[in-house]
Write a protein that binds this ligand. Structure first.
Ligand code: CUA
Length: 165
């Protein structure tokens, strides 16, 4: 190596090894991001618009929270209003195989929305609209819980998605 005239920078062998390991990690993480996004369908919540938290009662669809059937048996939407200390609706029922898109906002303080057994995990913020989707291939009950401390009743703030076979 040292006899190559153009290579006059000395890199310690240990340092060279660690540089290679670091580059290897970078490549590994980039691959994992691509796999997570494209193959596993892991989504990051994005800005879905704004809404006035003080006039939710007068503004569709928030004035009528609940489940909407888009394609029977296949595609559903649910509009959820979080407020201290409950979700409206508290329960929804969909058939097995349904793809459900959850739209959520808050009428008072910051809440959270995490859906058991899925990748759906988002903050629910007054004034902001949050949205994530999940497909339910297994029948059963999936709880959604508030995971942002919102006050004394926080621990009791949850709801349930029932997936029928
Ligand atoms: Cu709502 Cu914690």
């Amino acid at each position: 190596m040292s006899d190559a005239p153009e290579q006059n920078i000395h890199i310690d062998p240990y340092e060279r090894t660690w540089i290679r390991i670091s580059i290897g990690f970078l490549i590994f993480f980039i691959i994992m991001i691509v796999v997570a996004g494209l193959a596993l369908g892991i989504q990051v919540p994005t800005d879905e618009g704004r809404v006035n938290p003080n006039t939710l009662d007068a503004e569709l669809p928030w004035s009528e929270p609940g489940l909407r059937e888009i394609v029977p048996g296949e595609e559903y939407e649910v509009y959820i209003v979080a407020s201290r200390f409950s979700f409206n609706p508290r329960e929804i029922t969909v058939p097995k195989g349904a793809k459900v898109t959850f739209w959520a906002t808050s009428s008072d303080v910051q809440h959270g929305f995490a859906l058991e057994g899925t990748n759906v995990n988002m903050m629910v913020i007054p004034g902001q609209v949050s949205k994530l989707s999940a497909t339910f291939d297994e029948p059963g009950e999936y709880n959604y819980i508030c995971h942002e401390y919102c006050g004394l009743g926080h621990a009791a703030m949850f709801g349930t998605v029932t997936v029928e076979s």
